[in-house]
Design a protein around this ligand. Structure first.
Ligand code: MOS
Length: 751
């Protein structure tokens, strides 16, 4: 892009909007129903598409009664492998953010349950739905491989996000041999499906070779390019609009077959087509968190210091793609050990390809690691917090690099204080409440990467002293619309009410990916830089103008705030933005900015957010029912732009941790491979009654290296310490160590 400011110097001083606990700016639109989601779009002449999905998990489609479906009133077309027009890009080729192969009716094979096998397009949703029923598919069924024991094992060349399958530090064998205490245990985590409140949806409209897509998307500009590639048109010909998302969690960052089929139907029929996946179809073609089995071996010396840490993970994937949950990587960056091995294996099942799902890798991996750390603390006779402090990593254990900033000690201290951890008995089964319930306290450490992607932004100062700031990023509920506007306001030296923020459309500067907990840092940096670009130009105008009170101040001699430039050495000399623009005869002044990691800092430092989670559970001694009753999480994630929204993100992550520990699991029928609980009645996620007293503490942290603004991220870290903390609390309440998630009544009673 033209006129780009390079990556900013470190330690940018920010204005007064950042740090304010503003209420989300889109909240009013959402609660009044004025916010339009993809499915709310109703262009003229609209057709409705419903995907027919397989009810078997492996085999081929032997027949479809296309004639019966087409004969139904209102049905316009039935698209199958026999009549679908070719795509410009082979759907077996992996494209998109993580390079997924998609199922777009390229053959008659069935590779998982709920795989698309046809698309019925009709004048109404009802007619399309009935058309799907009339297809009455018949199958040649093959033996399904759906559980761990049936899977086809393989050794991967890489795990998700390109990390190598094995990472090692030191000589693990020697570390184990030197240990006074050894702990070995295996943990199982289930398949989980994202289940965003808003299902995947799309309205696709063609105008010649131009394509408009209304669809929720976390990676707007990247996805635009991927959609364009499938249809052989330039990326600029695609307008992708995604102003609001009802949750994403990773599943809306990736390509999927139903979307391609919807666009294809619109192309074939020359009319706009709407497709909304029913809840059940979100269990298959749109990604999930793959199941894992993880084995950890920890060795410690007599003082409880780790001598060896081995984390071996088997992760499941589909029969036709390679995404593997990088669970073992959770052990690479948290605890100091002279020897570490993190190793991954793949297991192919007849399932849809897994994908990134909130804290991919760390969520499952830290559940196992934090449980194993608790088991090792017990073996050493140490309090779990004391054990973690003895193994505090001053530098990144995997790379040996210093951390850009690490305030985990403060998280431990403040979290423990707020929770009252000091009163905890070392032995289990020591506490009961007045009703006779067993009470247990557990804790876990939280960690998540602080990545940055690439983003661009534009800021336009207008003659009336307001500004338009634009970047194509997505707000999937995390509060980007608000936090990013706060950062932009500070870059421009304007109050937040002067900022018009526009995002969620591919015709804006590329806002990068809303994911990986890196969106605020990345898009925020771009916006701040765009704002300061405007201010430099404005300053240039003023200090060179004899009629300005700032004449002669020089660029470095000026401060920008509340819509005025001030002479740094003489605050009485100042001028409003409007007046500077007016005298220069300008109706607006545009600036551009870029966000991304400074490569030199990334080379020299390890960058993570940290936290500590303390949990209390109560367990019915007769029935084994568990309830999380109290949770305190203390997190350090660099500069917090909006404490209200950051806290909300962290609550959300911790609630997901409760879900992971106690509720959530996709069950597949062993015989058919079909998900048995593909709805929100059977797929258990916490409701209000499941959520205890929760407290989130935001620990002040100045990170001078992570980026100029000192921003890390809070989107994912909340899950990571919580799962283990709850499992450990259950052990403390009952003396029973559950090693399978979610932890069930029978795991506790049988033990
Ligand atoms: Mo996320 S799994 O980076 O949306």
């Amino acid at each position: 892009m033209p006129d780009t400011i390079p990556f900013r110097a470190q330690n940018v001083r920010m204005g007064s909007s950042s740090g304010q606990p503003l209420t989300r700016r889109d909240g009013f639109l959402k609660v009044t129903g004025a916010a339009t989601y993809a499915a709310d779009n109703h262009p003229e002449n609209l057709l409705h598409a419903v995907v027919a999905v397989s009810t078997i998990a492996r085999g081929r489609v032997a027949s479809l009664d296309v004639d019966a479906a087409k004969a139904h009133p209102g049905v316009v077309e039935v698209i199958t492998p026999a009549n679908r027009i070719p795509l410009a890009l082979d759907p077996d080729v992996k494209v998109g953010l993580f390079g997924f192969r998609i199922e777009a009716l390229q053959d008659d094979r069935v590779r998982y349950a709920n795989q698309p096998i046809a698309l019925v397009v009709a004048e109404t949703l009802e007619a399309a739905t009935e058309g799907v029923r009339l297809l009455a598919p018949r199958y040649d069924v093959e033996q399904t491989r759906i559980s761990f024991g049936d899977g086809e094992a393989f050794e991967p060349v890489a795990v998700a996000f390109g990390s190598p399958p094995v990472a090692a530090v030191g000589d693990l064998g020697a570390g184990l041999a030197a240990a006074s205490h050894r702990v070995e245990a295996s943990y199982v985590t289930p398949a989980q499906y994202h289940n965003a409140m808003e299902p995947h949806a799309m309205v696709a409209s063609w105008d010649g070779d131009r394509l408009t897509l209304d669809t929720p998307n976390q990676a707007i500009v990247l996805s635009r390019a991927a959609f364009a590639a499938y249809f052989g048109i330039p990326a600029e010909n695609v307008l992708l609009r995604s102003p609001f998302l009802g949750g994403g969690f990773g599943s809306k960052a990736i390509m999927n077959g139903p979307y391609i089929l919807c666009i294809l139907a619109a192309r074939m029929l020359g009319r706009p087509v709407k497709m909304v996946l029913p809840r059940a179809q979100m269990f298959g073609p749109v990604g999930h968190r793959g199941a894992t089995r993880q084995t950890l071996r920890l060795g410690t010396d007599a003082d409880g210091r780790l001598t060896a840490l081995e984390h071996d993970a088997v992760a499941t994937t589909s029969s036709f793609d390679d995404f593997l949950e990088p669970a073992a990587n959770a052990s690479l960056n948290l605890y100091a050990s002279p020897t570490i091995v993190a190793r991954h294996h793949g297991l192919r099942l007849d399932i849809g390809t897994p994908g990134p799902m909130r804290a991919p890798g760390e969520a499952s991996g830290s559940a196992a690691l934090e449980s194993a750390m608790d088991e090792a603390a017990l073996a050493c006779g140490l309090d779990p917090l004391e054990f973690r402090l003895r193994n505090y990593a001053e530098n990144d254990p995997a790379s040996g690099k210093p951390f850009s900033a690490k305030s985990l000690r403060e998280c431990y201290a403040q979290g423990a204080e707020a929770f009252g951890w000091a009163g905890r008995a070392l032995e289990p089964c020591r506490m009961r409440d007045e009703a006779g319930q067993l009470v247990g306290w557990g804790m876990g450490s939280a960690i998540f990467h602080a990545p940055m992607f690439q983003a661009e932004a534009r800021a336009t100062l207008r003659a009336d002293g307001t500004a338009l700031v634009e970047t194509a990023g997505a707000d999937m509920g995390q509060g980007a619309w608000t936090a990013l506007a706060q950062i932009a306001a500070d870059g421009l030296g304007l109050d937040i009410d002067k900022i018009e923020f526009r995002s969620g459309s591919s015709d804006l500067p590329d806002g990068g990916v809303a994911g990986g907990s890196g969106h605020t840092a990345t898009a925020g940096s771009a916006l701040h830089n765009a704002g300061t670009d405007v201010i430099s130009k404005l300053t240039e105008l003023a200090v060179n103008d004899r009629d300005s009170p700032l004449f002669g101040a020089g660029n470095a001699g000026v401060d920008a705030r509340h819509g005025r430039l001030y002479h740094r050495d003489d605050e009485a000399r100042s001028e409003s933005y409007q007046s500077i623009l007016a005298r220069a005869g300008l109706t607006n002044l545009e600036g551009n900015g870029r966000g991304g990691r400074d490569p030199a800092s990334a080379e020299q430092r390890a960058m993570f957010s940290h936290g500590a989670v303390f949990a209390e559970v109560k367990v019915d001694p007769d029935l084994g029912q568990v309830k999380a009753t109290r949770l305190v999480g203390a997190f350090a994630a660099g500069r917090i732009i909006n404490p209200k929204l950051a806290r909300s993100q962290l609550y959300g992550g911790m609630i997901w941790g409760i879900s992971f520990a106690l509720h959530e699991e996709a069950l597949h029928d062993r015989r058919t491979g079909r998900p048995m609980n593909a709805d929100l009645a059977g797929y258990h996620i916490p409701v209000h009654a499941d959520i205890p007293d929760m407290e989130v503490l935001l620990i002040d942290e100045v990170d001078p290296y992570v980026n100029g603004l000192g921003i890390k991220g809070v989107g994912e870290i909340g899950i990571t310490g919580t799962v283990g903390a709850i499992a450990n609390a259950i052990w403390h309440a009952t003396g029973v160590r559950a090693r399978r998630f979610p932890i069930r009544i029978e795991d506790i009673i049988v033990g």
